[in-house]
Design a protein around this ligand. Structure first.
Ligand code: DGL
Length: 264
């Protein structure tokens, strides 16, 4: 069991930010990543469709014998986590609870949440934050244009700044001291968001906290692989070219040997 890999999936490249953090804290583990690039984005689709896609992506990884599954996509975590936990026997870790744990460090208890339409409509972030901090005030906004801006390499562009100004108007007016980046693409816009919100607002990126959760489960359940130098495998459901090119910015290094597969 301990020698088996960790399965990580996202609708596309965004989950590579989570992959990177897991690789940093658990360097000896074998990591298998699946980007469902043929069907991205998930964030504009209905819950039923996202649940079906998530189950099919997870099935692919579970069939490869992974010992733990990471749902490195906020949208899939928001709408499909219970279905995934019900279907599979292995531990399933999403990105929302880890993000909420960090968000409640807010000092003024006024917390902004940004994400895809599906994530914001699900209300999962406010639920998870209020479960830990009942008197928190949450201000949520969907920011669908952040995803193509990040993929286009325009995260630091003036267009991204203007887009952020428009989306974050109400959140700025609400004087939040914390903003949850509830989408795996948004950490790439960190610099632009800091510019728009001001340096004092804490930006919560679920990736680091999710990696910590995986580490904790490994300790609790004795799942850690003792050896070092784990393998990294990357699979996508569309041709790898765009994933390899765009993914570099998310992973912070080159992506080698990405394989195309069919799922579902
Ligand atoms: N990975 C998705 C998320 O974190 C963003 C991209 C999409 O809409 O599929 O919500």
């Amino acid at each position: 069991m301990r020698h088996r890999g960790i399965g990580i999936f996202d609708s596309g490249v965004g989950g590579l930010t989570v992959f990177k953090e897991i690789a940093a804290v658990l360097p000896g583990e074998n990591l298998i990543y699946l980007g469902d690039t043929a069907r991205v984005p998930y964030g504009t689709k209905s819950d039923v469709t996202v649940q079906r896609y998530a189950l099919e992506a997870a099935e692919f990884l579970v069939d490869r014998g992974v010992k733990l599954l990471v749902v490195a996509c906020n949208t899939a975590s928001a709408v499909a986590l219970p279905a995934l936990r019900q279907r599979f026997q292995i531990p399933v870790v999403g990105v929302i609870e880890p993000g909420a744990r960090k968000a409640v460090l807010s000092r003024n208890r006024r917390i902004g949440v940004v994400g895809t339409e599906a994530t914001i409509n699900s209300g999962r972030y406010p639920d998870a934050i209020k479960a830990l901090l009942p008197d928190a005030q949450i201000f949520s906004t969907a920011c669908p244009l952040f995803v193509p801006l990040a993929e286009e390499g325009w995260a630091d562009h003036e267009i991204a700044r203007l887009t952020a100004c428009e989306y974050l108007k109400d959140i700025i007016a609400a004087r939040v001291d914390t903003l949850v980046l509830g989408c795996t693409h948004y950490p790439l816009l960190r610099k632009t968001l800091k510019k728009v919100l001001g340096g004092e607002v804490m930006l919560v990126d679920s990736a680091e906290e999710t990696a910590k959760s995986v580490q904790q489960i490994f300790v609790q359940q004795g799942l850690a692989h003792p050896a070092h130098g784990g393998q990294r495998e990357f699979f996508v459901t569309d041709v790898p070219t765009r994933f390899e090119r765009v993914g570099r910015a998310f992973l912070g290094s080159d992506l080698a040997h990405v394989q195309q597969v069919q799922i579902g």
